[in-house]
Ligand binder design. Structure first.
Ligand code: FEO
Length: 398
């Protein structure tokens, strides 16, 4: 990808990684991703904000081919998809200094073996001038690592946020155009990366709301020419109150658990509760994570394998626990052959979920009328809690 002009002497650099399909050997990337870097020429100094994933270093170096001098490389975040090419840029520009938070410096030394003397550390609200432009550093820790910072350029009312507000999406759109597509990608990104840090995200959004911002430029995905779009979405996602949604991750070996899930889905829908089912042997776990951003209730459906939950349920339960969604209620349903400890084992996997548990519904063999009655009772209980909580239905793109 070529570099593109955002404002006079401010350029979007970086790489579109169209065919990447997995991040951290964990996170599905249906739309690829991008690693954005930004070049700001001031009247006296030049700064590069973030770099790219090491796999894309040649693209960045080509974009910098005619840039003779860089004074500063701002590292907002030490994870390698943004910082991994810093050693290559430092080699090309031996006089350049890396600007990072004190914690960022430590992490960059740990991860990338950058020499101590190449750093300038910046405190919260510290400013460095480029001449006619200023870099104002805003400490925004825990989005999603402890060292993360943003850079505000007051003369342009631009905020550079790295992972914060980002989306895994490869695109030629410099600015967000297809809002529905970006909303889903940004929500997926929030769900998989940011959701466990809702508290610090809320504080950081509050902090950033004091700035006059015309453009948010993240280091994944397109630039926001309307910052209210993504800030509003984040405020909705971090809101304490969940939505009128029950999520049912499940799998089924011989159809009994699936029959129970189908019955429960209908029973919930009949009572006005939104439901999203995820059959774990075929599901995109990112879609499950997106639904967990909003869900008030999770019902885990499992058959029994060697007296325990199905292995796919272990994985999904562990993931849901790690993401710490704002769930309020939970239950477990499923079928077993002769005996089951599925409920006890799943309960032990989700200590982070501060949920009220509904009575599990487990049946031996194929479900019959008394099991369906118990599922109806479960659905009624969930619907009543959702009504009492005043949980709103999910709306589309804001
Ligand atoms: Fe995009 Fe936390 O790295």
């Amino acid at each position: 990808m070529i570099s593109r002009t955002i404002r006079e002497n401010i350029y979007a650099l970086g790489a579109q990684h169209w065919d990447r399909r997995l991040f951290d050997a964990l996170i599905p990337l249906p739309d690829g991703t991008s690693y954005n870097a930004y070049l700001i020429h001031g009247s006296e100094k030049t700064a590069l904000l973030d770099t790219v994933d090491p796999s894309q270093v040649d693209t960045l170096l080509e974009q910098l081919r005619e840039v003779e001098h860089i004074d500063y490389i701002v590292s907002h975040h030490a994870e390698q998809d943004h910082a991994g090419a810093i050693p290559h840029v430092l080699e090309k520009y031996p006089q350049a200094k890396v600007i990072a938070s004190p914690k960022g410096k430590t992490l960059l030394i740990d991860h990338l073996c950058i020499d101590d003397e190449r750093f300038i550390t910046v405190e919260d609200d510290e400013r460095i001038t480029l001449g006619n432009r200023t870099l104002q550093f805003v400490h925004t820790p825990w989005v999603h690592w402890p060292e993360t910072i943003c850079t505000y350029v007051p003369e342009e009312r631009m905020l550079f946020t790295c992972d914060f507000f980002g989306s895994h999406i490869a695109s030629t759109d410099l600015y967000v155009t297809d809002r529905a597509r970006v909303y889903e990608a940004a929500k997926r990104y929030y769900a998989e990366i940011m959701m466990p840090f809702r508290g610090t995200i809320e504080r950081n959004i509050e902090k950033l709301s004091k700035f006059a911002i015309d453009i948010i430029a993240p280091s994944h995905g397109s630039i926001y020419g309307d910052p209210a779009f993504i800030m509003g979405a984040y405020k909705d996602w971090i809101a304490e109150k969940p939505k009128n949604l029950a999520v049912i991750p499940y799998t089924s070996m011989h159809g009994s658990t699936k029959t129970m899930v189908e019955h429960l889905t209908s029973a919930l829908a009949k009572r006005g509760v939104g439901v999203r089912q995820f059959e774990l042997s075929v599901t995109d776990l990112g879609k499950l994570a997106i639904s967990l951003v909003d869900a008030a209730t999770i019902i885990i459906g499992t058959p029994t394998v060697h007296v325990a939950p199905h292995p796919a349920i272990f994985y999904a339960s562990y993931l849901a626990n790690a993401l710490r969604p704002k769930l309020k209620y939970a239950s477990i349903i499923g079928s077993y052959g002769w005996s089951s400890k599925a409920v006890e084992r799943i309960a032990g996997l989700i200590p982070n979920l501060k949920v009220e548990l509904f009575e599990p519904v487990l049946c031996k063999g194929y479900p019959r009328e008394n099991t369906f009655e118990k599922l109806d009772t479960l659905a009624e209980g969930v619907a009543e809690k959702h009504r009492f909580g005043g949980y709103a239905d999910i709306m589309g793109v804001c």
